[in-house]
Structures are given as structure tokens and as C-alpha cells.
Design a protein around this ligand. Structure first.
Ligand SMILES: Cc1cc2nc3c(=O)[nH]c(=O)nc-3n(C[C@H](O)[C@H](O)[C@H](O)COP(=O)(O)OP(=O)(O)OC[C@H]3O[C@@H](n4cnc5c(N)ncnc54)[C@H](O)[C@@H]3O)c2cc1C
Length: 395
């Protein structure tokens, strides 16, 4: 049996960061992963450019059953710390919008940076290593892997959530939690597109790829960004964001004219552009394709009338249809395409300072496996960096 101070299972964002932080303190550290590459989610993130953090990251960007848990780590390892690391490695990046920072080139820059840091600090990284069993012993843990048995003092679970199983996601972290009697919150797919019923899909045929600036609301939360029609339903950043607040059966409200009191605007157009047809006036905001389709579906008899000929009561209905569109998704695309997993290890089991579990000395959980989920926009990686770094200071 070989021995090491710190064994980290999962060479994703949190695991690699923890490896760097632990090895910097002189701890003999190894990060192992069952996949054939490290950081697969980093590589596929942000459309291949990795939205690695957000200028405005703060605790209110995170969902958890304990809203206070994330505060400590986020304040001890901030977006500015990660940006400094990126700058130290000369990786070019830019703000796309809303504080979201992306690599100018490729997400691989971030993975290479993490691997270079691991090498410099002396953390070993090994891929294609599966874990067969984990056993608590008096002075640590014995972990049986596909490449032999390891004894470690500190064991860090950084195996992430369930989203995108084809990228190596497993429920390993939750299984370890169960093995040690740690409590878990139910998990579900979040930051995920909605699916629609066959009738609606038929109604929206041909709109696949069309997007619209919208305010999307559900259960008291709202997000202002684009929605995107797809051949399965609805996606786009506003939809992904609201999916974290949606439960099966809930109705989502979509305002397709988020900056306007549309009824007032329609009345204004009656005086300014009396001969214009309603659908043409709506096209400026919605695009012609979308305005035509929604008009056909919701107020076909009015669409091609000059606006001056439409009664106020009808204009009010048009405004309500477009500003308070009530949509009932049939479901989501699930873990197959979800960016994150909501729920996970109950944070009450874990110290927000060290990430060690209270019940099992030497056992740590970091990253997405915990019940901490960020909004869309670089917040999930920031959580992985922060929790990984902070745990690395104590393992
Ligand atoms: C398509 C997509 C795009 C995304 N884009 C962004 C973005 O741009 N910005 C952002 O902030 N967030 C983004 N996210 C979310 C972000 O990727 C995750 O929140 C983040 O990677 C979580 O880090 P982690 O280290 O906890 O888990 P992961 O990065 O998932 O790492 C877990 C690691 O554990 C390994 N593992 C799993 N099970 C086992 C096992 N049994 N044995 C050994 N190893 C195991 C996996 O192979 C993996 O390498 C995206 C997610 C997806 C799916």
C-alpha cells in the first residue's frame, strides 16, 4: 500500500484547485480521476471558451438550503484572486456581458494553467483511475483504486454533480456521503432547457434558433436575458437561469417586451403610425418570424389590421399575451444537458471554513457535490475555485 497526505477524488475545477492549494502548503497531494482527461467540464464550458468567473460574484448568486454557507469561502478566495492567477499565466480574456469573463482563445488555457500550477506546486494528477472502495481507518482512509491501494490522512471528494454523465459525471460523492451517514438534499437538473408538449412544439415549428430579449419569471424570481426557441422547447440564458427555480407543474411567465408598457406603446402607435399593421410594429422587437407566429397563434384576426382600427380592449389583450405569456413546460432536458445539479450534500455536515465533515475527521467535500449552486454566468466555477482553494488550506 502506498501512502500520501492528501488524496483528492475528481480532477475537475474544484479538485485541481484544491490540489494546488494543498501542495502549496507542502502537503503530499494526489488528484485522481476516472475520466481519460482532466477538467472535461472546463473544456466544454462557455461554448469552449470557459466563463471562468464573474466580476460581480457574491453570495446572492448562489442557491443553497443554507444561504450563509458559501459566504466564507467566497470572501477568502474571490473572483479577483482567480483573475490574478489567470493574468499571471498570461491568459487573454474578456468580459462578454454582465461581468462574465471568458477566455479569448480556448477553455484549454484554463486547464493548462491548473495543470501547470499543480506541477509547479508538486501536486500529482492521475487520470483513468477508478475508485473501488473507501474505508475509514484510525489515522485516515484506505482508498482502493484500479491502480492499487492508497492510504491518505485527508480524503477530498470533488466528484461534482450528476450533469452530463457522458462527460464523466457520477453519483460517487453522494454514495460516499451515504456510506458515512451524511445527509443529502434531493438533487435535480438545473441551468437546463425546458421541454414543451408536442402541440406547442408543433406551434413553434420553424422558430428553432430564434431568440428574444425577455424577462422570465417563476416562483418570485425573474431574469432578464434572451430566450431561445429550440426543436425540443425553450432554452437561452433567461430560461436556464429560471430553471433553477422551477419545479414540475409550475408555470413560467415570459415578458417579451421587458422595457415597455406595451398597452401604452400600442396606443401611442395608434396616433403615431395609424396605418401600420400590428404584426409589423411588433416585428421590430420580436423579429418578423416570431411576431408573425405569435400573432397567428394568439390574435390572428388582429395581426394584419392597421393598428388604428383595433379596439383598446383588444390591444390590452395583445399586450397581456406578449407581456405575461404563461408557459407550462412539460419538463426539462434533464442531466443530459444540464449545466449543474441542484441539491447534494447538506452543508450543515461540513465546515464552511475547512470543508471537513463534522462526523468524519479527515473527510472533505468541495465544489458542486455540495448543496451550493450558482446562477449562470461564471458563478459555478467561482464556487469550485473558492471551495477548492479554501479546503486546500486545511487538508
Ligand atoms: C456544458 C456545461 C457548461 C458549463 N459552463 C460553465 C461556465 O461557463 N461557467 C461556470 O461557472 N460553470 C459552468 N458549468 C458548470 C461547471 O462546469 C461546474 O459547476 C463545475 O465544473 C463544478 O466543478 P467540480 O470540480 O465540483 O465538478 P466537475 O468539474 O464536474 O469535476 C468532477 C470530476 O470528478 C470526476 N469524477 C466523477 N465521478 C468520479 C468517480 N467515481 N471517480 C473518479 N472521478 C470521478 C469527473 O470525471 C470530473 O473530472 C458548465 C457545466 C456544463 C455541464
Amino acid at each position: 500500500m502506498q501512502s500520501i497526505d492528501v488524496l483528492i477524488i475528481g480532477a475537475g475545477a474544484a479538485g485541481l484547485m484544491c490540489g494546488i492549494s494543498a501542495a502549496s502548503r507542502g502537503r503530499q497531494t494526489m488528484v485522481i480521476d476516472h475520466a481519460n482527461k482532466v477538467g472535461k467540464k472546463i473544456l466544454m464550458s462557455g461554448g469552449g471558451r470557459c466563463n471562468f468567473t464573474n466580476y460581480y460574484a457574491e453570495p446572492s448568486n448562489y442557491l443553497s438550503n443554507n444561504e450563509h454557507f458559501c459566504k466564507s469561502a467566497l470572501s477568502r478566495y474571490t473572483q479577483w484572486d482567480f483573475i490574478a492567477l489567470v493574468e499571471k499565466h498570461g491568459i487573454p480574456f474578456h468580459e462578454k456581458k454582465l461581468g462574465q469573463l471568458f477566455c479569448d482563445n480556448k477553455a484549454k488555457d484554463i486547464v493548462n494553467m491548473l495543470l501547470a500550477e499543480c506541477e509547479e506546486k508538486g501536486a500529482k494528477v492521475r487520470i483513468k483511475r477508478s475508485v473501488e472502495s473507501v474505508k475509514k481507518v484510525e489515522d485516515g482512509f484506505v482508498v482502493t483504486t484500479s491502480h492499487g491501494k492508497w492510504h491518505c490522512e485527508s480524503l477530498v471528494i470533488a466528484t461534482g454533480g450528476l450533469s452530463i454523465p457522458t462527460m464523466g459525471a457520477t453519483g460517487f460523492g453522494y454514495d460516499i456521503a451515504k456510506q458515512f451517514d451524511l445527509s443529502l438534499y434531493p438533487t435535480w437538473a438545473a441551468l437546463v432547457p425546458f421541454t414543451l408538449n408536442p402541440k406547442m412544439l408543433e406551434e413553434f415549428t420553424g422558430l428553432s434558433g430564434v431568440s428574444a430579449d425577455s424577462l422570465v419569471s417563476c416562483n418570485g424570481q425573474s431574469f432578464r436575458e434572451n430566450i431561445l426557441f429550440t426543436h425540443r422547447g425553450l432554452s437561452g440564458p433567461a430560461v436556464l437561469q429560471i430553471s433553477s427555480f422551477w419545479q414540475p407543474g409550475d408555470t413560467v411567465e415570459i415578458n417579451l417586451f421587458p422595457d415597455t408598457d406595451l398597452f401604452e406603446q400600442l396606443k401611442q402607435w395608434q396616433s403615431d403610425k395609424p396605418k401600420s399593421h400590428l404584426v409589423n410594429l411588433l416585428s421590430d422587437q420580436l423579429t418578423k418570424n416570431l411576431a408573425e407566429r405569435l400573432s397567428q397563434l394568439w390574435f390572428s384576426e388582429l395581426a394584419h389590421k392597421p393598428i388604428a382600427d383595433i379596439a383598446h380592449a383588444d390591444l390590452q389583450q395583445v399586450a397581456t399575451a406578449l407581456q405575461a405569456w404563461q408557459l407550462k413546460p412539460t419538463g426539462t432536458e434533464g442531466y443530459r444537458t444540464a449545466e449543474v445539479t441542484m441539491g447534494g450534500l447538506d452543508t450543515d455536515e461540513v465546515s464552511s471554513k475547512t470543508f471537513e465533515t463534522a462526523k468524519v475527521k479527515g473527510l472533505y467535500f468541495i465544489g458542486e457535490v455540495l448543496d451550493v449552486t450558482g446562477h449562470l454566468g461564471g458563478f459555478n466555477f467561482q464556487w469550485a475555485w473558492a471551495s477548492g482553494h479554501c479546503a486546500g488550506q486545511y487538508v
